[in-house]
Design a protein around this ligand. Structure first.
Ligand SMILES: Cc1ncc(COP(=O)(O)O)c(C=O)c1O
Length: 362
């Protein structure tokens, strides 16, 4: 083979997902492991979504509705926006890729908070563009003034992760207003709200509030977290209709499969499941905070369904030792936090199991 691959492809850091339970059990020859590593919904999928799948399965010989009509209409009602302002994705990851394909050429720049969701860097580098990384501030929150100071003539987009993965910090209205007022109109803002449903801080603002701004603002949400449908891959972006038109030009024609469309539409009607999910996560967080305080361990309060814990030892070692106890978390060493782990909130019994494993390890 003599492939002519652009050099920048070789510089892309491969995405490392949370370890699947099956892989851990295969490697260690153990059973009954738990995964608290990928910020998934501990309750499972929405029951209404599951019920809707049965009837949809009988039509799997047909292509999906490429326009995702029913889901888009339902989302538009839910969010009080026009259907033409919504683009569906095969997970919100898919929309990140579309945005990069539309906006970035080799040599362009995109501003990326650091640490944050690793896919931003990957999609920017895939287009041959340069991720300009801006460290978080002392509170581990996005430093919007510092991000603004990095805007230059080649800046095409800015990524905002709200709440931020992996730190769980969220942005308030005043800081966002000041940022938007100073940003040049040619720069597109991606506001990734994968965890927005979990936010408890009433001061936190959504990108949807800036839909009519002079700058293009694309707000991304997903059914992978609060709605429990990570395995189906469905997310969406809300944006000005002219930006939606651009994304639809590069979107694969059947990017959201028919089961995902039907399940996501049903999940939006499952308000009981959403309520139960939020109660489980919020009660779990409060329990874990109290237990970690009792142990004298420092943690970082979150607006999401995961949070950082300083285990005061090399995070990779603690991660490995927890694996041997059948508990999968995330080491934050690769994110620049050598003694932090990230924990996704689980069911009450899973949270207890994590604490027992942590006690054994520490
Ligand atoms: C901040 C953030 N954005 C986007 C995603 C991707 O979500 P999806 O499953 O919709 O592709 C994740 C998944 O972990 C995430 O943490």
């Amino acid at each position: 083979m003599k492939l002519e691959v652009p050099d920048y492809i070789y510089t892309i850091p491969p995405y490392v997902p949370g370890k699947p339970v099956e892989e851990l059990e295969r490697e260690f020859g153990i059973a009954d492991s738990i995964k608290l590593a990928s910020n998934e919904n501990p309750l499972g999928p929405s029951p209404k979504a599951l019920a809707a799948l049965g009837a949809a399965a009988a039509k799997l010989h047909r292509y999906p509705d490429g326009a995702g009509f029913a889901l888009t209409q339902r989302l538009a009602r839910h969010l009080k926006v026009k259907p033409g302002q919504i683009v569906l994705g095969n997970g919100s990851d898919d929309l990140l890729g579309m945005l990069a394909r539309v906006l970035l050429q080799p040599g362009d720049e995109a501003i990326v908070p650091d640490p944050s969701f690793l896919m931003y860097t990957i999609v920017v580098q895939s287009a041959g563009a340069v991720p300009v990384k801006v460290p978080l501030d002392q509170r581990l929150a996005m430093d919007l003034p510092a991000m603004l100071s990095k805007v230059g003539p080649r800046t095409r987009m800015v990524f905002i992760c709200n709440p931020n993965n992996p730190t769980g910090t969220a942005i308030g209205r005043q800081a966002f207003d000041a940022f938007m007022a100073a940003l040049p109109e040619r720069v597109l803002v991606v506001v990734d709200e994968a965890y927005y449903e979990f936010v408890r801080d009433s001061g936190c603002v959504s990108g949807l509030a800036y839909l009519e701004s002079p700058c293009a603002v694309v707000t991304l949400r997903t059914f992978s977290k609060a709605y429990g449908l990570a395995g189906l891959r469905v997310g969406y972006g809300v944006m000005n209709a002219s930006v939606a038109d651009l994304l639809n030009r590069v979107r694969m024609p059947f990017n959201v499969n028919s089961l995902a469309q039907v399940a996501a539409t049903a999940a939006l009607d499952d308000s009981l499941f959403l309520e139960k999910t939020l109660a489980t996560v919020h009660q779990g967080l409060d329990f874990l905070y109290a237990e970690l305080s009792k142990r004298g361990l420092r943690y970082f309060p979150t607006q999401a369904n995961f949070f950082l814990i300083d285990v005061v030892r090399p995070a990779d070692e603690v991660f490995q030792a927890l694996l041997r106890q059948g508990v999968i978390v995330r080491s934050m060493r690769a994110y620049g936090y050598s003694t932090y782990i990230r924990l996704s909130v689980g069911l009450p019994e899973e949270n207890l199991r994590f604490l027992r494993a942590l006690d054994a390890v520490l």
